[in-house]
Design a protein around this ligand. Structure first.
Ligand SMILES: Cc1cc2nc3c(=O)[nH]c(=O)nc-3n(C[C@H](O)[C@H](O)[C@H](O)COP(=O)(O)OP(=O)(O)OC[C@H]3O[C@@H](n4cnc5c(N)ncnc54)[C@H](O)[C@@H]3O)c2cc1C
Length: 389
């Protein structure tokens, strides 16, 4: 193999598509290793579970190469019935985005490049890299790490303890989570102040029997994007590239707005509150107790009781990849900033023939690195270098 992409999410899928279109590469020279039974499985699961209806990003951010591909798809017989965009920036509906992605994967034979398995360790053998996986060793010339955050949902300490005690508490991004896994009429608290929490609360509250309260640390904050779009291009990135890696980390953390939601979701929450379908409480959780089937939360604004808690508290901020990436850093002597994230070249090369995208590339790509457009920017950097020769 010439390229083994580790991770078959949005980033891995887009970059496989891009590499497969390079004239000097044959499709058989590219592999996408991912433990799920299909590409984009984690994306499809998480977006279903939180009841997302429209993407937050514009219709030009997707896994195909031509920028207007979703618009074209929306005019085809297959896409027409799903064609649905909302302002601002013409954001596509989730069903449209999904059908478009599935079409791109099928049309370009990307699913055939999927190798179902998990990378465990890596070593070098001359010019080749050997990746030990759950389905045996794979040999490749180059590796692209496209490992996102989806395997590290964030569980606050109090929630971990309740879970160990057998309380009915779950995280919306856990593979085992299913919106219908408990009777709707059990008083439910959804914890979190961002778009995922709001969408999850709204979708659970859609059941007329439901009793759902959204709990956030502060008033809900409106923002169209989870970062200022100037971070996609040179307007903001020009100065970012002049910064040292510590300053880049601070810049990224300041620029990203994880606990915010676009206007239409904020409006839907306000309507649901007005109609008494959804409760809202501003509260900082201080302690939690599970007794006789009821969870009691001690907060700075009083005590709350529930029979089910759904966490929508995002992802743990640490570098993704867990033991696999930790070991890689040790075995290959790969450089990291004190924040734990890779220090990579302009061509996204971390070590000889080891490349990164997504969160692992954010000290080079900037605040948009984790998003769909981050994959497209990563593709530009990879192609601009001689990496793909
Ligand atoms: C609910 C939700 C909605 C979002 N909406 C938007 C949006 O509208 N617009 C936008 O731009 N962004 C959005 N994002 C942010 C981001 O674009 C998505 O999270 C995107 O799916 C990230 O893709 P990824 O490929 O980086 O990561 P992931 O989806 O995490 O995929 C990485 C894959 O790598 C696999 N993997 C991990 N370790 C290994 C290993 N050792 N070996 C093999 N495989 C491994 C994982 O199992 C996973 O399948 C959203 C995120 C969420 C959670």
């Amino acid at each position: 193999m010439e390229w083994l992409i580790i991770g078959g999410g949005i980033h891995g899928t887009y970059l496989a598509n891009l590499l497969m279109h390079q004239p000097y590469l044959r499709p058989e020279e590219i592999g996408v290793l991912d433990p799920h039974d299909a590409l984009l499985a984690a994306w499809n699961r998480m977006t279903t579970n939180c009841g997302m209806r429209f993407l937050r990003s514009p219709a030009t951010h997707h896994v195909d190469l031509p920028i207007l591909s979703i618009y074209r798809f929306a005019k085809t017989p297959e896409g027409q019935s799903l064609a649905d965009f909302i302002p601002p920036y013409n954001r596509p509906s989730l069903p449209l985005f999904r059908a478009h992605s599935a079409g791109v994967i099928a049309r370009n034979g990307i699913a055939e490049r999927h190798i179902q398995g998990r990378a465990l360790t890596m070593s070098r053998d001359g010019q080749r890299i050997i990746v030990e996986t759950t389905r045996g060793p794979l040999q490749t010339r180059r590796v692209l790490l496209a490992i996102g955050m989806s395997e590290q949902p964030c569980w606050p300490t109090w929630a971990q303890r309740l879970c160990r005690e057998g309380a009915p508490i779950t995280h919306v991004f856990e593979p085992a989570f299913h919106p219908d896994d408990t009777p709707a009429n059990r008083p439910t608290l959804v914890i979190g102040g961002g778009i995922t929490a709001a969408q999850t609360a709204l979708s659970l509250a859609a059941d007329p029997r439901a009793d759902v309260v959204l709990i956030a640390r502060r008033a809900l904050q409106e923002s169209q994007f989870d970062f200022n779009p100037c971070w996609i291009g040179p307007k903001c990135l020009r100065n970012f590239y002049l910064e040292d890696y510590d300053t880049r980390r601070t810049t990224i953390d300041k620029a990203r707005l994880p606990g915010s939601l676009p206007g239409e979701v904020l409006k839907a929450v306000a309507q649901a509150r007005d109609n008494k379908r959804l409760g809202f409480r501003r509260a900082v959780i201080q302690d939690a107790v599970y007794e006789n089937g009821t969870i009691r939360l001690q907060t700075d604004t009083g005590t709350l009781r529930a029979q089910r808690i759904v966490l929508a508290t995002g992802f743990r901020p640490e570098r993704p990849g867990g033991r696999f990436v930790n070991r890689l850093i040790k075995d290959f002597g790969l450089p990291c900033n004190p924040c734990g994230y890779p220090i990579v070249g302009k061509d996204l090369q971390w070590g000889e023939n080891i490349y990164v995208t997504g969160p692992l590339a954010e000290l080079q790509i900037g605040p948009c690195s984790r998003n769909i457009v981050g994959a497209r920017n990563a593709g530009r950097l990879l192609m601009a270098s001689r990496a793909a020769d």
